[in-house]
Design a protein around this ligand. Structure first.
Ligand SMILES: Nc1ncnc2c1ncn2[C@@H]1O[C@H](COP(=O)(O)OP(=O)(O)OP(=O)(O)O)[C@@H](O)[C@H]1O
Length: 292
């Protein structure tokens, strides 16, 4: 598979802060990749470098087969960054028209407005938009040139549930190779083909959301018991933590099979039992806490 982005041995410091430390990863053509990690992990720095907004101190970065700055200058890269301002006394339609023209009119303005869910807001001034609507205008600008690669930094901040869903539908439907940084882990879980977990300027894990979740190991067992005794439950083989609310019991288990077998054999009266895997949040905390 062709790589759209290659990051090889990249380091970047700001003064004495080492924002990235020997980072290597790639993004294949057509992939949607989430960059996850706690504050200060190095996600935005990675995006800035991939956009040619900063230069690495060491290592090499390739974007669409060339240097990042050149790929951007060729109009092949779209970006929606946290800091993107919008002109106050200009309509949504005018901003989108300008963006489309800057890219040589590769798409129709109406198509871009529709794609970003802005058709009914086209005449609205950019200073009359809600936070989520303004985000959609930034998305329209990023998509105006039909980019081959799209960078999204915290794209759905301020969007309501429906806007988020429509946003991700539009991104996935575009088929564009996409790299996004987010703190909304359920979005990474639902929309990323692959997750790259960063912490302290390093890549600490990379894989499909399922692989990353499996790294957290522990499973959650929920069931209903009559008068549950927390101390007895904690003593069961495989059980790591116990939470009891009335008859509702939640167990965290390193070995869920043993724990479930022991529940039935030693405790009895088990009802409504179900077992779930760790979620992405559990995995992220486990993977990044050592480095944070
Ligand atoms: N322009 C800068 N000058 C000095 N330090 C910087 C600069 N930009 C980033 N840093 C530092 O580099 C490190 C990585 O920051 P970066 O913004 O890449 O993290 P992030 O993962 O995007 O965090 P967040 O989730 O908070 O957006 C942090 O310690 C940050 O303080």
């Amino acid at each position: 598979m062709t790589n759209t982005v290659t990051f090889t041995g990249v380091s970047k410091s700001y003064g004495r802060v080492r924002a990235l430390d020997d980072v290597t990863f790639h993004v294949a053509q057509g992939e949607t990749v989430a960059l996850l990690g706690p504050n200060g992990a190095g996600k935005s720095t990675s995006v800035d470098l991939m956009l040619g907004l900063a230069k690495p101190d060491r290592g090499t970065i390739g974007v669409l087969g060339t240097e990042p700055g050149r790929a951007v200058a060729q109009g092949r890269v779209g970006a929606m960054l946290q800091s993107g301002g919008l002109p106050a006394d200009t309509s949504v339609a005018d901003v989108v028209t300008l963006a489309v023209r800057l890219h040589g009119g590769r798409r129709a303005v109406a198509e871009v407005l529709e794609l970003a869910g802005l058709t009914s807001l086209a005449r609205r001034g950019c200073d009359e938009l809600s936070g989520g609507q303004a985000q959609r205008v930034r998305f329209a600008v990023a998509m105006a040139g039909q980019p081959e690669l799209l960078f999204l930094d915290e794209p759905t901040v301020a969007m309501d549930v429906e806007s988020r869903r429509a946003f991700w539908t539009a991104v996935r439907a575009s088929g564009t190779t996409t790299v996004f940084a987010t703190h909304y882990l359920e979005e990474a879980d639902a929309h990323a083909d692959r997750v790259i977990v960063m912490a302290g300027g390093k890549v600490v894990a990379s894989g499909t959301p399922s692989t990353i979740k499996a790294m957290a190991g522990a499973r959650t067992i929920r069931c209903v018991l009559d008068s549950p005794d927390p101390a007895r439950l904690l003593a069961l083989p495989g059980v790591l933590e116990v939470e009891v609310h009335g008859d509702d019991v939640t167990l965290r288990a390193g070995d869920a099979d043993r724990a479930v077998a022991a529940l039935y054999s030693s405790i009895g009266g088990v009802r409504d039992l179900h077992v779930t895997g760790a979620d992405l949040e559990d995995a992220l905390i486990k993977l990044t806490s050592a480095r944070n």
